[in-house]
Design a protein around this ligand. Structure first.
Ligand SMILES: Nc1nc2c(ncn2[C@@H]2O[C@H](COP(=O)(O)OP(=O)(O)OP(=O)(O)O)[C@@H](O)[C@H]2O)c(=O)[nH]1
Ligand SMILES: [Mg+2]
Length: 319
């Protein structure tokens, strides 16, 4: 029997970080497979995850909760047939809601042990009115308050209060009976996605009947758009200035870059202005960044006019 966990949460909250920092160390004796869904057209997360986990399947350029639902189901079947995992983790895109994914896994006969929603303790206020954020919380039973290193105790209390209110209102219910379908939920405070093994062992969603009577959220990405830009010969300082001064409607920037003054190739990772660089163990043909945000088309044209080292091709190059 295969058991699974769905990892959901808004853009850049720390889903991939949780998978890299927690999973391998907790299940060294199990065959673990991961399906990762990315909103952008080039998968950065699968590249990061492949450094840590051997069986990683990437589904990019859209959301597996709606337009890529079929690709998701065939992806699950493919990974099960090829690898026969004992545990499957599914990282949804930051713009996906978890319930349809839970539903698909059930239909495929895979037990879902937990739906883990990761929350960015510092930046959640920027998008707490977005439907997708509320439905991600409503459809989960483990609420991980991540990035606790970036907030103080008072801010954590406000966060827990805010998230508790959203959970109360958006908890997924059976529309016929009004009863919440997940029997209980709990909060976990952490940083860098570090979760204890007990969290994965002690939970179970239990058997849920009448799935057809469950209300589902209106699937709306609220105009989130992703665009890949390519970076031509430039230095670290110039790129860093570019990333740290990106306009506020670009929520997320991530990519793999080779710069002229640094020997290592690097993964650049920015969410809501918090930027981090890590060494990338591998080679790339073209340096690129995937930018994700709201109404970014005009912003991208302005960026292209202002920075001569970026290039937005009319077609997708191989990274
Ligand atoms: N300070 C701090 N940074 C964190 C923490 N968790 C993750 N990050 C950083 O946040 C950035 C985004 O993390 P990811 O794990 O890629 O987030 P994600 O949810 O997978 O992002 P998407 O898949 O693009 O939605 C990275 O630069 C991480 O290193 C944390 O607890 N504290
Ligand atoms: Mg990710």
């Amino acid at each position: 029997m295969i058991s699974s966990f769905v990892i959901t949460g808004f853009l850049g909250v720390g889903k991939t970080t949780m998978l890299t920092n927690s999973i391998k160390q907790h299940f060294p004796d199990k065959k673990v497979a991961i399906i990762v869904n990315e909103f952008g057209d080039i998968g950065v997360d699968s590249t990061i995850l492949k450094n840590v986990h051997s069986e990683v399947l990437e589904i990019s350029e859209g959301c597996i909760c709606c337009q890529l639902a079929e690709e998701f189901e065939s992806g699950v079947q493919e990974i099960v047939e090829k690898y026969d995992p004992e545990i499957l983790f599914v990282e949804t895109s930051g713009a996906s809601e978890p319930f349809p994914i839970y539903y698909s896994l059930n239909t495929l006969g895979i037990t879902v042990e937990g739906i883990i929603c990761i929350i960015d303790s510092k930046n959640y206020k920027t998008y707490m009115d977005e439907d997708i954020f509320k439905y991600q919380i409503g459809g989960s039973n483990i609420l991980v308050l991540n990035k606790s290193d970036l907030v103080n105790e008072k801010e954590q209390e406000i966060l827990e209060h805010d998230i508790g209110l959203i959970k109360g209102k958006y908890n997924i219910k059976n529309t016929m009976t009004g009863v919440p379908i997940f029997k209980n939920h709990f909060f976990v405070r952490t940083s860098h996605g570090e979760l204890s093994r007990e969290i994965f062992e002690d939970i179970s969603l239990g058997e849920i009947v009448n799935l057809d009577d469950v209300e589902q959220a209106a699937q709306s990405n609220n105009a989130l758009i992703s665009k890949t830009i390519y970076i031509k010969d430039t230095t670290f300082d110039i790129l860093d200035k570019f990333i740290t001064t990106l306009p506020g409607n670009i929520y997320r920037a991530k990519g793999i870059v080779k710069l002229s003054d640094i020997e290592d190739t690097m993964i650049a990772n920015s969410s809501f202005g918090d930027v981090q660089y890590d060494k990338y163990e591998g080679e790339i043909k073209n340096s690129f960044l995937v930018l994700i945000g709201k109404d970014i088309d005009k912003t991208i044209v302005e960026l292209e006019n202002n920075f001569n080292f970026i290039n937005i091709p009319k077609f997708t190059l191989k990274a």
